[in-house]
Design a protein around this ligand. Structure first.
Ligand SMILES: [Zn+2]
Ligand SMILES: [Zn+2]
Length: 85
């Protein structure tokens, strides 16, 4: 039974982490785009796409990026969410 319990706890941890990330990304960008601007979340430098915040075209004047392309996590996201959980 011990194995089943620890597997369940692990699953709970993942679920908690996922909801933290969802809360966070409603307000903050999570990632950096290939164009160098923030995206993948609310209040980012990219427009919102149909189902995903911050996955549309870049809003920075002069930037030709038409669609968010993931290039890495923002360190603020890693510090605020990923490491805290
Ligand atoms: Zn971009
Ligand atoms: Zn851009």
């Amino acid at each position: 039974m011990q194995n089943a319990d620890s597997a369940l706890n692990k699953l709970k941890g993942v679920k908690q982490m996922t909801s933290n990330v969802a809360d966070y990304s409603a307000e903050h960008p999570k990632s950096k785009c290939a164009c160098g601007h923030t995206g993948d979340g609310g209040n980012s430098q990219h427009d919102n796409a149909l189902f995903e915040l911050g996955h549309g075209a870049c809003k920075v004047p002069g930037c030709k990026c038409k669609r968010f392309t993931w290039a890495g996590w923002l360190s603020a996201f890693v510090v605020d969410v990923a490491l805290v959980s």
